[in-house]
Design a protein around this ligand. Structure first.
Ligand SMILES: [Zn+2]
Length: 159
């Protein structure tokens, strides 16, 4: 079935804007193969990095110093890749919240194997309120007395 003229115009418009064949497929449903045929007819270069490119097509990072291979073995711009990975890591970052269950377990004398410093300090705070000594707290939390003194000193400074 031939493709509708307005759809073809839309595909050509997206290709001129610099979208990849895959991005065009995702927006319009026109297959990558068809998008590639239209791209060729328009005389637009492909989006994949080639060994003889003088620089990265996306942002102009110079080659060959930024030329590398991705996990599939395709040539790719390593500078763009670093930026992409950094942005992904920033988007996925979640600040660590102290785990209330871990703190309660520790206060009852059963600290979990994975116990963050923040949770330990919170547990020390609670045991201090009960009036326990540093030696008793260090026994309960299986930490050193120095850690208890350090947490107390830190609380005094911040209070
Ligand atoms: Zn680049």
């Amino acid at each position: 079935m031939p493709i509708a003229p307005e759809l073809r115009r839309k595909v050509e418009q997206l290709l001129k804007e610099g979208l990849t064949d895959l991005a065009v497929y995702r927006q319009t449903g026109v297959s990558r193969r068809t998008a590639a045929r239209y791209r060729k007819a328009l005389g637009l270069p492909g989006t994949f990095t080639r060994a003889d490119d003088p620089a990265c097509r996306r942002a102009g990072h110079p080659f060959p110093e930024n030329l590398g291979r991705n996990g599939k073995g395709h040539l790719t711009c390593m500078a763009c890749r670093r930026i992409r990975h950094r942005n992904a890591a920033r988007a996925a970052y979640v600040p660590v919240e102290p785990d209330e269950m871990s703190i309660e377990r520790a206060v009852d004398g059963d600290p979990p194997d994975y116990f963050t410093p923040r949770e330990r300090h919170a547990a020390i705070d609670r045991l201090d309120k009960r009036g326990l000594s540093a030696a008793e707290i260090s026994m309960l939390l299986r930490c050193s007395k120095r850690t208890v003194h350090y947490a107390r000193r830190k609380r005094r400074v911040s209070a």
